[in-house]
Ligand binder design. Structure first.
Ligand SMILES: Cc1ncc(COP(=O)(O)O)c(C=O)c1O
Length: 373
C-alpha cells in the first residue's frame, strides 16, 4: 500500500507512541486526582501543555485540550457567537473551509446569526475585496483556514487579520493542515484563536487543541466538571495529550528538514503528473503547502480509479454525504466544473513517503490511464 492520503490522516510516529504507552498502561490516573499517581499524571500534562505552547509561541494557560479540530472549532466559533457583546451578530467565513466550520456556521445561521461565506478565486484564495465589504461593527469573528485541506492553498492571513482588526472582529484560524508544514506562531500570525489536530502531524487521533488568546472570552458550549477553564468539561484524555505534545515537538524541531524532503517528493510527483495529457493542477501554483498536489485528469472518474488501484491510498474530488457522492465544495467554489471535480485526485505526502513510492505511483497511474483511454 502506498499511502498518499496524509491530509486525511497521518501515520503515528513511533516516538509519539513510545511516549504515550506508559499513560495507556501503568500511569492511568485521572489528572484531576489529588493522590500521588494523579499528581504525577497532572505533572505530565503540565509538561505537555508547556511543550505545545512553546511550539506555537503562546502561554500554556492559553491552550484548551479537546478531541480534535472539529471540537476545537465548535468551541471557538459557537463560543464567540454566544459570548458576543455590543449587539454583534455576524460571522464571516470562506466558502472553501472544512465542514467543521461550514456546518457549525450553518447551525448558527439557523439560530439567528448572520453568516457571510466569502468567495475565492480560481486558485482558492479568498477575496479580500469581499471581506472588506462584509466586515462591519456587527462582525463577531472572521474564521479562515491557513492551509486548505484539499488543495493546499495558503490564505493571505496577514491581510485578513489587518482588515478584521480594524473592525474589532476576532480572528479564528483553522491551522489543522498548516502545522508541521509551515511555521505556526500565534503571535506572528496575530490571531485570537487557532486550532490544531494531532492526527494531521503524526500524532494520535482524538486529540486537538484550541489556542485562545489571553483575555478573549468565549461562552462554553458544553458543561460539566469545569476542566480546561470550563470550556471543555470532561476527564482529560491523558495518553492522547502526551502524544500530541511529542508530535508537536517533533513537528517543530524537524520542520525544516521534513518540509524540504516532502516538497522535493511532491514537486517530482507534480512535474511528472502534469506531463500526462489532459491533466490540470487545482490550487495555487506557488502559495501552497509543500505536501499536496491536487490534479484533474480529463475524462476519468476518480472513484473508479481509486477502486481500480487498491495498492494506492489517495483522495478524490468528491465527498460522500448521506451515501451520495457530491463534487467537492472546495473545487466547485474555485469555479471548477462538477465533471472536473469528479475527475480530481488529491495526493498528500508526508515524511514517511519515498522517491520509490512516487515512481511506483506514476507507473501505476500511467498504466491505468493507458488501459482506459
Ligand atoms: C482543515 C481541517 N479542519 C478540520 C478538520 C477536522 O479535524 P478533526 O479530524 O481533528 O476533527 C480537518 C480534518 O479533516 C481538516 O483538514
Amino acid at each position: 500500500m502506498i499511502y498518499f492520503d496524509n491530509n486525511a490522516t497521518t501515520k503515528i510516529d513511533e516516538r509519539v507512541l513510545k511516549d504515550m504507552w506508559p499513560f495507556l498502561s501503568d500511569n492511568y490516573a485521572n489528572a484531576a486526582s489529588t493522590h500521588a499517581l494523579g499528581r504525577s499524571v497532572s505533572a505530565a500534562i503540565t509538561d505537555a501543555r508547556e511543550t505545545i505552547a512553546r511550539s506555537i509561541a503562546c502561554r500554556p494557560g492559553e491552550l484548551v485540550f479537546c478531541s480534535g479540530a472539529t471540537e476545537a472549532l465548535n468551541i471557538a466559533i459557537k463560543g464567540a457567537a454566544f459570548g458576543a457583546v455590543d449587539g454583534r451578530n455576524k460571522i464571516i467565513t470562506v466558502a472553501t473551509e472544512h465542514k467543521a466550520v461550514l456546518d457549525t456556521c450553518a447551525y448558527l445561521e439557523q439560530v439567528g446569526f448572520e453568516i457571510v461565506y466569502l468567495p475565492v478565486d480560481q486558485y482558492g484564495v479568498v477575496s479580500i475585496r469581499e471581506l472588506q465589504k462584509a466586515l462591519d461593527e456587527q462582525t463577531i469573528a472572521v474564521c479562515v483556514m491557513l492551509v486548505n485541506n484539499e488543495t493546499g492553498t495558503v490564505q493571505p492571513l496577514a491581510e485578513i487579520v489587518r482588515q478584521s482588526r480594524a473592525k474589532g472582529a476576532l480572528i479564528i484560524c483553522d491551522a489543522s493542515q498548516a502545522f508541521g508544514k509551515l511555521p505556526v506562531d500565534v503571535k506572528e500570525l496575530d490571531v485570537d484563536m487557532l486550532v490544531l489536530s494531532a492526527h494531521k502531524f503524526h500524532g494520535p487521533k482524538g486529540a486537538g487543541v484550541l489556542y485562545l488568546k489571553n483575555g478573549v472570552v468565549l461562552s462554553p458550549t458544553s458543561h460539566g466538571g469545569g476542566q480546561e477553564s470550563g470550556l471543555r468539561s470532561g476527564t482529560l484524555n491523558v495518553p492522547q495529550i502526551i502524544g500530541m505534545a511529542r508530535a508537536c515537538e517533533l513537528a517543530v524541531s524537524e520542520l525544516d528538514a521534513n518540509s524540504t524532503y516532502v516538497r522535493n517528493l511532491r514537486d517530482l510527483l507534480e512535474r511528472e503528473l502534469l506531463r500526462i495529457p489532459g491533466t490540470r493542477l487545482n490550487g495555487h501554483p506557488l502559495l501552497r503547502s509543500n505536501n499536496v498536489v491536487n490534479i484533474s485528469f480529463t475524462g476519468i472518474d476518480a472513484n473508479v480509479l481509486i477502486a481500480a488501484l487498491p495498492e494506492l491510498a489517495v483522495s478524490n474530488g468528491s465527498a460522500c454525504t448521506a451515501a451520495v457522492f457530491e463534487p467537492s465544495h472546495v473545487l466547485t467554489a474555485m469555479g471548477i466544473s462538477k465533471e472536473e471535480a469528479y475527475a480530481s485526485i488529491r495526493f498528500s505526502l508526508s515524511k514517511f513517503n519515498t522517491v520509490e513510492e512516487v515512481e511506483a505511483v506514476l507507473s501505476l497511474l500511467t498504466h491505468y490511464l493507458s488501459r482506459i483511454t
